[in-house]
Design a protein around this ligand. Structure first.
Ligand code: NAD
Ligand code: ZN
Length: 375
């Protein structure tokens, strides 16, 4: 019942992952063991691997953007069975709590993101080990492994026809960015939207703005190589803050007659978060924070910016409820109403997983899909 399989283990901060043989314990009550087919790299994995601005927790199996198939289920699991196709999600949906019952929130009391916990909720233990020594989990998903164990509420059951090498990126980045725009900022048709950070998440936010009918989509990134690619996602204008001596808020205010209607921050840099907020027009502007900040970062702005009737919001997973909403996003892709291919810039074998980190560090990739079943 214990499975021996390969996993990419992060042994220490910033050290290349090592493919190891790990033991994966059977799923306990309300848990599910999943065979991962494809996983992709999101910047959040990279932060916790670098552990520069985040709590270090090692050895750990990272990974949270993925797709796979249920191998076995633990006691009490009735919603899923062996053979079901699933997307694991870092912020789950128990279906029972006040948040799950609220139309507004996806911040499940039981299964909301917890980056510092490296064990299962039920018994405080890990399901991964090497020679009896436990290896920590990551955000309840740990998808850099041939098999993983998650809480049943962290798995969205999707259409089995879906190609898993594509829909795996709906398990975090693309849904997060699109939802940040469509569910949280909710831009009106014809409005102006600024997107800070044009990686996978930011370009998904741009895609959301395009779908909502925004007339101007201004992309801001320190990496000008992003601009060519961003045109495919409806970005109409570009600003590289490094090209200007004055604050980028002023540059944007000049270009937009006082500020943008909406801005979405997808960088993880607190300075960019403040810039995104202060770039909004007074009277109606709405800013949405998506980037994961350093754990000690502090957002500092004059309260007058709020008095002047700007709104600041934030979101995990674009406010989508994973189990309720992800199957529909997969259908949108299958109906060709949502293009995922353009986000996938690289594909590597599981053995080459460290290359995915290199591409992201160099700013070359949007999403790099890692083929776990093909080895
Ligand atoms: P990425 O590395 O692909 O893209 C980030 C982009 O931001 C890069 O192009 C980079 O050049 C740019 N950037 C960095 N600092 C900047 C600055 N000061 N000004 C302008 N541009 C800047 O990363 P990604 O995978 O797209 O993730 C983006 C952010 O979203 C990360 O912080 C990640 O942790 C976060 N994230 C949040 C959620 C959520 O639910 N809230 C989900 C997924 C990812
Ligand atoms: Zn992510």
């Amino acid at each position: 019942r214990v499975i021996k399989c390969k996993a990419a283990v992060a042994w220490a901060a910033g050290e290349p992952l090592k493919i190891e043989e790990v033991e994966v314990a059977p799923p306990q009550a309300m848990e599910v063991r999943v065979k991962i087919h494809y996983t992709a790299l999101c910047h959040t994995d990279l932060y916790f691997w670098e552990a520069k601005g985040q709590t270090p927790l090692f050895p750990r199996i990272l990974g949270h953007e993925a797709a796979g198939v249920v191998e076995s289920v633990g006691e009490g699991v009735t919603d899923l069975k062996e053979g079901d196709t699933v997307l694991p999600v870092f912020t789950g949906e128990c279906g029972e709590c006040r948040h799950c019952k609220s139309e507004e929130s996806n911040m499940c009391d039981l299964l909301r993101i917890n980056t510092d916990r490296g064990v299962m909720i039920s018994d405080g233990k890990s399901r991964f080990s090497i020679n009896g020594k436990p290896i920590y989990h990551f955000v309840g998903t740990s998808t850099f492994s041939e098999y993983t164990v998650t809480h049943v509420g962290s798995l969205a059951k999707i259409n089995p026809e879906a190609p898993l090498d594509k829909v795996c990126i709906l398990s975090c980045g693309v849904s997060t960015g699109m939802g940040a725009t469509l569910n949280v900022a909710k831009p009106k048709k014809g409005s102006s939207v600024a997107i800070f950070g044009l990686g996978g998440v930011g370009l998904a936010a741009a895609e959301g703005a395009r779908i909502a009918g925004a007339s101007r989509i201004i992309g801001i990134d320190l990496n000008s190589d992003r601009f060519e690619k961003a045109k495919l996602f409806g970005v109409t204008e570009f600003i590289n803050p490094l090209d200007y001596k004055k604050p980028i808020q002023e540059v944007i205010a000049e270009k937009t007659d006082g500020g943008v209607d909406y801005s979405i921050e997808c960088t993880g840099n607190v300075k960019a978060m403040i810039q995104a907020f202060e770039s909004c027009h007074d009277g109606w502007g709405v800013a949405v924070l998506v980037g994961v900040p350093h754990s000690d970062a502090v957002f500092a702005t004059s309260p007058v910016n709020f008095l002047n009737e700007r709104t600041l919001k934030g979101t995990f997973f674009g406010n989508y409820k994973p189990r309720t909403d992800l199957p529909g996003l997969v259908e949108l892709y299958l109906d060709k109403k949502l293009e995922l291919e353009k986000f996938i810039t690289h594909e590597v074998s599981f053995a080459d997983i460290n290359k995915a980190f290199d591409y992201m560090i160099k700013g070359e990739s949007l999403r790099c899909v890692i083929n776990v079943i093909g080895n």
